[in-house]
Design a protein around this ligand. Structure first.
Ligand code: MTE
Ligand code: MO
Length: 428
């Protein structure tokens, strides 16, 4: 908004200059009142007048309390789609991305995915067993794990079923439900390479089975190369202990790879020379292609982005100046560029990327938008540092068909109507 004439900025997007002149207050104060409330009367009790609460004491510091958001922020919560799963134990809740500011997802609203509910794991009792093609099979306590040299890194975790409901037609008019199976956090833990340096690895070792302690004993075969490259055994999230929802006391974070390999409540790592073909890599998490064959072991999350403002939950409020905001990510590395279209992909403008731009992390983008109130079709398109460009849904369907559930990284279209309301639509 830097090149905006000063006058327009001072009176704010939706101001009415005639109303300003009628207030009789100082010009600067009047402009502020109009900007904040859309109304300005000399007898208005709201600030800059002093309301009661600004002239008395508030509550003092608490004793041993864990803080909560303001109660005015009560809508910022995870939500689930009741018809999506048969029960709450094998289900998913969605991150309220429409409220996320910046790249970090607060731990309290980070999406949750359970195959057998959320176990209560006592860290004092928990053990991680490392065995198979190793020189020294070892059992690690949580104290053992925390003594090793640590790493803190910011990464997203996305379930590949994110957007899976949208393959055939738009289903849910909500950013939270079309894109909320993702979160990005600062994770702290130990590199797997540090753990394997303790156990040693036998020649020929190529695969690692990672298994959870929950009732599902969710287990995935992961190539040893990836494990040694950048995988972390994580015990902390956003500066505090991992949340039970995210796998307390310890989980895998497999940067850039689909959510289900990020095994939570991890209790076992077995080293082998071939994959195990568990239920999660045969019946589940394979992709049924148009020809009826299924492909398996599709690990990385490819370049993807979405506009978070405006969106169905966050409509525009009348013509004026806005900042289109969004998030972009890639499991292959850093986001290099994001383009935004206002006309359904005919014309594109390069958006501004905001730092930090980190590999395999959410990246914020913005673009100034002067909206004249005419209908618009908003889209964003991410490109990552490998040159991978986020596809349209039509392009994706041509390759993958419509049997698919997983890995829908297509360009999202938000239709903005003249009244500012926003709808999830798909272009033919
Ligand atoms: N042990 C175990 N690990 C698990 C799961 C599970 O049900 N059990 N769900 C997986 C799936 S499918 C996803 S998408 C991610 C979600 O991580 P989150 O719940 O921290 O968001 O955890 C993965 N790790
Ligand atoms: Mo998932």
């Amino acid at each position: 908004m830097a090149e905006q004439p000063k006058e327009q900025l001072r009176t704010a997007p939706s101001s009415d200059r005639r109303r300003l002149l009628r207030t009789g207050m100082g010009a600067g104060v009047a402009a502020f009142a109009v900007a904040a409330s859309g109304r300005a009367r000399a007898d208005d009790p709201s600030p800059p007048a002093d309301p009661d609460w600004s002239q008395s004491l508030g509550p003092g510091i608490g004793d041993r309390v864990y803080g909560n958001p303001s109660h005015f922020e009560k809508d910022v919560i995870r939500r689930n789609v009741p018809w999506l799963t048969a029960n709450a134990e094998s289900s998913i809740s969605f991150t309220p991305l429409q409220y996320q500011q910046g790249i970090i997802t607060p731990s309290s609203v980070f999406f949750e995915r359970y195959h057998a509910g959320r176990p209560t794991v006592d860290p004092a009792q928990h053990r991680l067993m490392v065995h198979g093609m190793v020189d020294r099979p070892l059992l690690f306590t949580m104290d053992d794990i925390k003594r090793f040299p640590s790493e803190s890194r910011i990464h997203f975790i996305e379930c590949p079923a994110n957007g899976g409901m949208e393959w055939r037609a738009p289903q849910l008019n909500s950013l939270q439900y079309t894109h909320g199976m993702i979160g990005c956090a600062e994770w702290t833990g130990v590199k797997l390479s540090t753990i394997f340096a303790q156990t040693g690895l036998k020649p020929g070792a190529k695969w690692v089975l990672a298994e959870g302690a929950d009732g599902a004993h969710m287990a995935r075969s992961i190539p040893l190369d990836k494990m040694l490259d950048d995988v972390l055994l994580v015990y902390a999230q956003n500066g505090e202990a991992l949340r039970p929802e995210q796998g307390y006391p310890v989980r895998l974070v497999v940067p850039g790879w689909q959510g289900n390999v990020n095994i939570k409540w991890i209790r076992r790592l077995q080293i082998g020379d071939e994959p195990w073909y568990t239920r999660e890599e045969t019946s589940k998490y394979t992709e049924l292609m148009a020809d009826g064959k299924a492909r398996g072991f599709t690990w990385p999350i490819y370049a993807k982005s979405v506009i978070t403002f405006p969106c169905p939950e966050m409509p525009a409020k009348g013509p004026g100046i806005y900042e289109i905001r969004g998030l972009a990510w890639s499991g292959l590395g850093k986001v290099k560029q994001v383009d935004v279209s206002l006309d359904g992909g005919i014309n594109w403008t390069t958006a501004r990327l905001h730092g930090p731009i980190l590999p395999k992390a959410l990246t914020k983008f913005t673009m100034e938008w002067r909206w004249d109130g005419s209908p618009a079709l908003l889209q964003s398109r991410a490109m990552d540092e490998t040159g991978f460009v986020q596809p349209t849904l039509t392009e994706l369907r041509a390759v993958r068909g419509t049997n698919a559930i997983y890995n829908n990284n297509s360009i999202q279209t938000w239709q903005v109507k003249p009244d500012g309301s926003v709808f999830n639509v798909q272009l033919a």
